[in-house]
Write a protein that binds this ligand. Structure first.
Ligand code: 13P
Length: 249
């Protein structure tokens, strides 16, 4: 890995404004000198944009619409996310694919829109348990990479973070073993090196998500192709997230 590692928190549908502000107050005392991204609910973004001033915490959203504005009731655009201080946006999370029927085609449109708005997409990909058991993992990963990154250029790929999140490891407490994760991360890097020129594949951060916690973070983050983490449940508690962010390889 040549780039600095990145640890991102996906808070999913959790926390009130009061709880979120108190998290930042606690967390910023624990962790220094690491690039951290917190992705809270839309309702918390504006307030947290103030709370993270003068810290090394960056702000990300969990989803966005691909249009900039218009008659799309209930949606949030990339332009709006920039306006409240977001630098990152999670796209293609398996929960969006599964519960909101997001397709690779739609995710690709969102990726292009995010890049246009100077937001860095954290693109989530990964297989479910049945696909893993049927030896379809690499095929699924390849299909997602090809579809989600359609028309993404050599210049643009530098601003994308790929998150490998095996669905069977999300919220189950059962993480992929470091070897299982590394095998897929390496495969993703190979796909990127075929698709992109120069150092793009080497410099793209490929992070792991799926039951990452203080007890397993070090062994996962020590693998050569794992450049960081996307943490769900264990990111909701400041102390536990700080422990993950403090891992030094
Ligand atoms: P958990 O860490 O709770 O398994 O969630 C992972 C995830 O979905 C992050 O996007």
């Amino acid at each position: 890995m040549t780039t600095k590692s990145l640890i991102a928190a996906n808070w999913k549908m959790n926390k009130s404004v009061k709880e979120a502000v108190s998290f930042i107050e606690d967390f910023k005392n624990y962790v220094k000198d690491v690039e951290i991204v917190i992705c809270p609910s839309f309702t918390l973004l504006n307030k947290l944009n103030e709370s993270i001033k003068n810290t090394n915490i960056k702000l990300g959203a969990q989803n966005m619409h691909f249009e900039e504005k218009g008659a799309f009731t209930g949606e949030i655009s990339g332009l709006m996310l920039k306006d409240v201080g977001c630098e990152y946006v999670i796209l293609g999370h398996s929960e969006r694919r599964q519960y909101f029927n997001e397709t690779d085609e739609l995710i690709n449109k969102k990726i292009k829109a995010a890049l246009k708005n100077k937001l860095k997409p954290i693109l989530c990909i990964g297989e479910n348990l049945q696909q893993r058991n049927n030896n379809q993992t690499m095929g699924i990963i390849k299909k997602q990479i090809i579809g989600d990154l359609n028309n993404v250029s050599d210049r643009e790929i530098k601003n994308i973070i790929v998150a490998y999140e095996p669905i069977w490891a999300i919220g189950t407490g059962k993480n992929a073993t470091p070897e299982q994760a590394e095998e897929v991360h390496k495969f993703i890097r190979e796909l990127l090196s075929k698709k992109y020129n120069g150092n793009a594949a080497k410099n793209t951060r490929i992070i792991y998500g799926g039951s990452m916690k203080p007890e397993n973070a070090k062994e996962l983050l020590s693998m050569p192709d794992i450049d960081g983490g996307l943490v769900g449940g264990a990111s909701l508690d400041a102390k536990s997230f700080a422990k993950i962010c403090s891992v030094r390889i």
